[in-house]
Design a protein around this ligand. Structure first.
Ligand SMILES: Cc1cc2nc3c(=O)[nH]c(=O)nc-3n(C[C@H](O)[C@H](O)[C@H](O)COP(=O)(O)OP(=O)(O)OC[C@H]3O[C@@H](n4cnc5c(N)ncnc54)[C@H](O)[C@@H]3O)c2cc1C
Length: 381
C-alpha cells in the first residue's frame, strides 16, 4: 500500500497553495449568510471559476479541471489551510451537482452545471417542511401533472432552506403520487425561484444572519425537463444527494484539519494548554483520523463503490468533532470568547454554527438509527 501522494499531486498542491496565498481575501469577507456577504462571496467564487479552481474535479466542459478526487481533497486541504471563504455555492456544487452527474440528462448537465460552477445560478436545498424534517418521507408539498403544458404544478411550503433568501434556484422533493407508498410517490424537481407563484421569505437566525428562508409555492409550473431522475423515483435520487452530503463532499477533512491547527496555534499563543493538552491532542488526532477515513472512502469511490449507509457514521463523526474543536477553543479563550469583534470572534461564530452540525444533513439521532439498522443490521427501532 502506497500512502504518499505522487509528484504530480504534490505539484498540484504547491500550485494551489501559491495561488490561494496570493488571492484569498484579507481581511476575511463578511458572513456569506448576509446579503452583503453573499454578494462578496459570489465575486470570490467567480475569481475561483476564472482559474478553474471553483470545481476542480468536474470535467473541463463544465468549468472544472478534470482533476481526480484525490486532487479535489488536496485542493480542499489547501483551501481551508489558507483560511479561504466559505463556499456559498456549496449546496449546488457539493450536493446537487454529484446527483446531476449520476441522474441528470445530458441536456440538464449542459444547461445547469457551467452556470452553477460560475456562481451564476445559485442553488438551495428544498427538502424540509414544517411537518417533514427527520421524517423526510412525510413531505406534503405536492406536484400535480400538467399534460397540456408538458410539466408539473408545484404547491406547498419548504422551510430552513440555507441561503434560500439569496439563491436563484431550488432543488426539492415533492409528492407526485399521493396514492403510492410514502417513499415511492416523490419526485425530485429543479425550480427557478423567479417562476410565478414562488414566494421566498427570509428567516433571521439568532446570530443575526438572514440567509435562511421559507419558500412558498402556489401552482408553480415546472417543465418535464426540470425533473431530475424519473417521476416518482425522487427518494432514491435524494438518497444519492444525502450520501454526498453526509459522507464526503459537504465537509471535507481539510476544514477540520485547519480548525485543529488553529486550535493548537491558539493554545500556544494564549497558554493554558497544559490543562487541556490531552483533549487538544485527541481532537487533533480525530481530525487526522477523519482525513484517513476519507482516503478510504475515496479509494472505494474510485474503485466504483458508492458511499452507502456508512456515510451516516462519517456525518456523526465530523459534526461532533466540529463541536469538540470549538468548545476547546472557547475554554482556552475564557471570557474573551464572548467578544463580538477582534481576532477571536470567529471562534464563537464557528461554535454557534458547529452546534447546528448535529441537526442539519439529517440529525445525529437519525444517523444513529441508520447505523444501527443498515450498518449493524440491528432490528428497527
Ligand atoms: C443550520 C441548518 C441548515 C439547514 N439547511 C437546510 C436546507 O438547506 N434545506 C432543508 O431542506 N433543510 C435544512 N435544514 C433542516 C434540517 O434538515 C432539519 O432541521 C432536520 O432534518 C431535523 O428536522 P426538524 O427540524 O423538523 O426536527 P424534527 O424532525 O422535528 O426532530 C426533532 C428532534 O427529534 C429527534 N427525532 C425525530 N425523529 C426521531 C427518530 N425516529 N428517532 C430518534 N430521534 C428522532 C430529532 O433527532 C430531533 O432531535 C437545516 C437545519 C439547520 C439547523
Amino acid at each position: 500500500m502506497d500512502l504518499s501522494f505522487t509528484p504530480a499531486e504534490e505539484a498540484f498542491r504547491a500550485d494551489c497553495r501559491a495561488w490561494l496565498e496570493a488571492n484569498v481575501p484579507r481581511p476575511p469577507l463578511p458572513s456569506g449568510d448576509t446579503r452583503e456577504g453573499f454578494t462578496a462571496h459570489l465575486a470570490w467564487e467567480r475569481k475561483l471559476f476564472d482559474v478553474r479552481y471553483a470545481v476542480v474535479s468536474w470535467p473541463r466542459e463544465y468549468g472544472g479541471r478534470d482533476a481526480s478526487l484525490w486532487e479535489w481533497l488536496i485542493f480542499e486541504e489547501e483551501y481551508y489551510r489558507a483560511g479561504a471563504p466559505q463556499r456559498v455555492t456549496q449546496n449546488g456544487i457539493f450536493l446537487l451537482a454529484p446527483t446531476i452527474f449520476t441522474f441528470g440528462t445530458d441536456e440538464q448537465k449542459r444547461r445547469i452545471l457551467p452556470k452553477m460552477a460560475a456562481g451564476e445560478q445559485t442553488w438551495c436545498q428544498g427538502w424540509s417542511e414544517p411537518n417533514a424534517g427527520s421524517d423526510l418521507a412525510g413531505i406534503q408539498s405536492k406536484a400535480v401533472r400538467d399534460d397540456a403544458q408538458g410539466g408539473w404544478r408545484l404547491s406547498g411550503q419548504k422551510t430552513w432552506t440555507t441561503r434560500g433568501a439569496f439563491c436563484t434556484h431550488l432543488f426539492g422533493l415533492f409528492r407526485s403520487d399521493p396514492g403510492a407508498e410514502r417513499h415511492r410517490g416523490l419526485t425530485y424537481f429543479l425550480v427557478d425561484l423567479t417562476t410565478p407563484g414562488v414566494t421566498v421569505r427570509g428567516v433571521e437566525r439568532l446570530d443575526g444572519d438572514e440567509g435562511f428562508a421559507e419558500v412558498f409555492l402556489d401552482d408553480v409550473f415546472v417543465a418535464d425537463t426540470d425533473v431530475l431522475g424519473e417521476p416518482n423515483q425522487g427518494w432514491s435520487v435524494a438518497m444519492a444527494t444525502t450520501g454526498s452530503e453526509r459522507g464526503l463532499t459537504l465537509r471535507s477533512p481539510g476544514r477540520f484539519l485547519a480548525t485543529a491547527q488553529r486550535l493548537i496555534d491558539l493554545a500556544r499563543d494564549r497558554g493554558g494548554e497544559d490543562a487541556r493538552r490531552d483533549a487538544i491532542v485527541a481532537a487533533y488526532i480525530d481530525a487526522e483520523a477523519y482525513r484517513w477515513q476519507t482516503f478510504w472512502t475515496v479509494t472505494r469511490l474510485v474503485e466504483g463503490a458508492s458511499t452507502g449507509p456508512e456515510s451516516s457514521m462519517v456525518k456523526v463523526f465530523w459534526s461532533e468533532l466540529d463541536v469538540q474543536l470549538h468548545e476547546l477553543a472557547l475554554e482556552l479563550l475564557g471570557p474573551h470568547a464572548e467578544l463580538l469583534d477582534g481576532p477571536d470572534a470567529a471562534w464563537m461564530k464557528g461554535y454557534e454554527f458547529a452546534l447546528a452540525g448535529p441537526i442539519y444533513a439529517g440529525t445525529n439521532e437519525i444517523q444513529r438509527n441508520v447505523i444501527a439498522e443498515r450498518v449493524l443490521g440491528l432490528p428497527r427501532a
